[in-house]
Design a protein around this ligand. Structure first.
Ligand code: URP
Ligand code: ZN
Ligand code: ZN
Length: 460
């Protein structure tokens, strides 16, 4: 199967040039000006369009048993949503509960993707307990192609691990060349503040942010950095929401800790006033760490522009408003945490980043695709436009104007956190390994075509 993309403005993390791309058998086989395209080959005219490597979302939840319920998407709806929004690879958090076996959990999570995924996918392996059995299974899972772990310093009693487990997980990761992604909030401080607020009758979603203040996230990052320094492990702070947490991670980097930083699109465009909306509407905006005071937004954007923040993900964790978020109507601590955003990440990042002049096109590609591929062992198969790379390509129309709405979204949730927001730009064609999967906001691909990506440890 062959495909040609003619006359597009090719944008990578470092380049910007006009050329044609020719694809055979799922990979890019030539790039150049005025390529000879054999008769009969499907050809996309990309004149006036931008051509990006397929975007990678390195932090999503699809199958997620959490807070007494399950996240709403399956791989079919999540793939469709990702693809119409320009994301061609997902890295899902595999989050077993403490009692579960890691290998069985990996097999369960993978089974949810097989036959339904239309994007390519892999997993960060959640380490939610550490003992000899878990260690042996983690070693086996790395051999099976999982080269990143996920740990939670938050969610005590659910996914959270203690300090002995943290130390041992990082030691193992260092030995195996695995990078450890980490949710950094001090779990004990959160539970104390939650109890105080509820006891004082402060039960609404607007109290979620004060129950997990910036200082708690900052101290979580500092804690992780101490352990990373002691063990030499490579760590990746997920969903960094605020100045303090960012500074803590940067300070560690300056003293030589192997640390990388992710932020997620909700923190770049929303602020805590959304969680203060009346009539429980604020519950739509409850995630952890919480969306913050607006003063943090320019600080996060500056860090992206300076490439101190490596990746912009989503932390897509979709729960319905109608019958899931309402589980916390009388107690904000019971609102399932998460904001659906896998469909909107790239259009929001482009609209509020590139179109508003906050970042350039190369940084957009770097943070939206290339860094995730490099950090998580997929480069240059993914995250690049090079001869030999997978033909995951996004032909992007920067002149498109439209609005986000639950009425047109592919995500399975009953609301959009960005209802009515303007998009300045949208993918017109999205390919995964050379096959067109989305066109102009519609999924036109093949359910079940997505492949598991086996990754090698980085050994950095
Ligand atoms: O609110 C969030 N972030 N929900 C998903 C679970 C997590 O912490 O990543
Ligand atoms: Zn998290
Ligand atoms: Zn998450």
């Amino acid at each position: 199967m062959s495909l040609a993309i003619k006359n597009g403005r090719i944008i990578t993390a470092s380049d910007d040039y006009v050329a044609d791309i020719y694809v055979e058998n799922e990979t890019i086989t030539s790039i150049g000006c005025d390529l000879e395209i054999p008769d009969g080959v499907e050809t996309i005219d990309a004149d006036g369009k931008l051509v990006f490597p397929g975007f990678i979302d390195p932090h999503v939840h699809i199958y997620l048993p959490f807070m007494g319920t399950y996240a709403k998407d399956d791989y079919e709806s999540a793939s469709k949503a990702a693809l119409v929004g320009g994301t061609t690879t997902l890295i899902e958090m595999c989050c077993p509960s403490r009692a579960d076996s890691p290998i069985e959990s990996f097999e369960l999570w993978k089974s949810k993707a097989e036959g339904l995924a239309a994007v390519d996918y892999t997993f960060h392996m959640g380490v939610t307990r550490y003992d000899d059995e878990v260690e042996a299974q983690l070693r086996e899972l790395v051999k099976r192609g999982l080269s990143s772990f996920k740990i939670f310093l938050a969610y005590q009693g659910a996914f959270g691990i203690d300090d002995e487990e943290l130390f041992k997980t990082l030691k193992l990761a260092k030995e195996l060349g695995v990078i450890v992604t980490a949710h950094c909030e001090n779990a004990i401080a959160v539970s104390q503040l939650q109890a105080e607020l509820i006891a004082a009758g402060k039960t609404g979603p607007e109290h979620h942010e004060p129950s997990r203040p910036e200082s708690i996230e900052t101290s979580g990052v500092e804690h992780l950095m101490t352990f990373a320094e002691l063990t030499g492990a490579h760590v990746y702070v997920v969903h960094t929401s605020c100045d303090g947490a960012l500074r803590a991670a940067q300070a560690a980097r300056y003293r030589g800790v192997n640390a990388w930083i992710e932020t997620v699109i909700p923190y770049l465009v929303l602020d805590k006033t959304y969680a203060e909306k009346p009539n429980f509407e604020g519950a739509k905006y409850v995630m952890s760490p919480p969306i913050r005071d607006i003063r943090n937004q320019p600080i996060l954007w500056d860090a992206i522009r300076n490439r101190l923040i490596s990746t912009v993900a989503t932390d897509h964790a979709p729960f319905d408003f109608g019958d899931q978020k309402t589980m916390g109507r009388d107690d904000f601590t019971k609102i399932p945490n998460g904001i659906p955003s896998v469909e909107d990440r790239i259009n929001l990042f482009y609209t509020h980043g590139v179109a508003e002049g906050k970042i350039d096109l190369q940084t957009f590609v770097d943070a939206g695709s290339t860094q995730a591929a490099k950090l998580f062992g997929m480069y240059p198969k993914k995250g690049a436009i090079q001869v030999g790379s997978d033909a995951d390509l996004v032909v992007y129309d920067p002149d498109y104007r439209g609005k986000i709405s639950v009425k047109t979204q592919q995500m399975a949730t009953d609301y959009s956190a960005f209802e009515g927001w303007e998009m300045k730009g949208r993918p017109s064609v999205v390919t995964v390994r050379g096959e067109i999967q989305a066109r102009d906001g519609e999924f036109v691909g093949t359910i079940g075509r997505g492949e598991f990506i086996a990754r090698q440890p980085n050994h950095f």
